[in-house]
Ligand binder design. Sequence first.
Ligand code: PRT
Length: 106
Amino acid sequence: MSEILERLAEVLEARKGADPKSSYVAGLYAKGLDAILKKIGEEATETVMAAKDGVPERIVSEITDLWFHTLVLLAYQGLRPEQVLLELERRFGVSGIEEKAGRTAR
Ligand SMILES: N=c1c2ncn([C@@H]3O[C@H](COP(=O)(O)OP(=O)(O)OP(=O)(O)O)[C@@H](O)[C@H]3O)c2ncn1[C@@H]1O[C@H](COP(=O)(O)O)[C@@H](O)[C@H]1O
């Protein structure tokens, strides 16, 4: 599952040297942090609206946009998706193992 994240992270890294006019991501980098954060806010709101409407395809589509823009933020800040996956694994690892063993997590 993380292979697609790795490949996308590589593309997002490569876009740091691209012409802002030729690439959506390079354009966002050129506009700066506030523009990236604005997109994340918009996509989060669109996700909430899609969930309220309850149309599965729209929920998936909006969450894809949201995840994409959080990946752009990670790249912009010099961070990598693996760091988030590791943190997720660290948090889920304990409760996931407890659940499998039939114990109550927390
Ligand atoms: N995966 C994506 C991706 N997902 C979402 N988006 C863009 O995110 C934006 C979503 O914003 P909205 O829904 O608000 O749509 P919009 O109104 O057109 O957005 P704005 O142009 O107003 O920001 C759209 O412009 C989408 O095209 C993406 N843009 C690019 N990619 C991939 O990212 C890589 C780099 O892209 P470029 O920088 O364009 O080469 C390539 O591999 C692309 O396939």
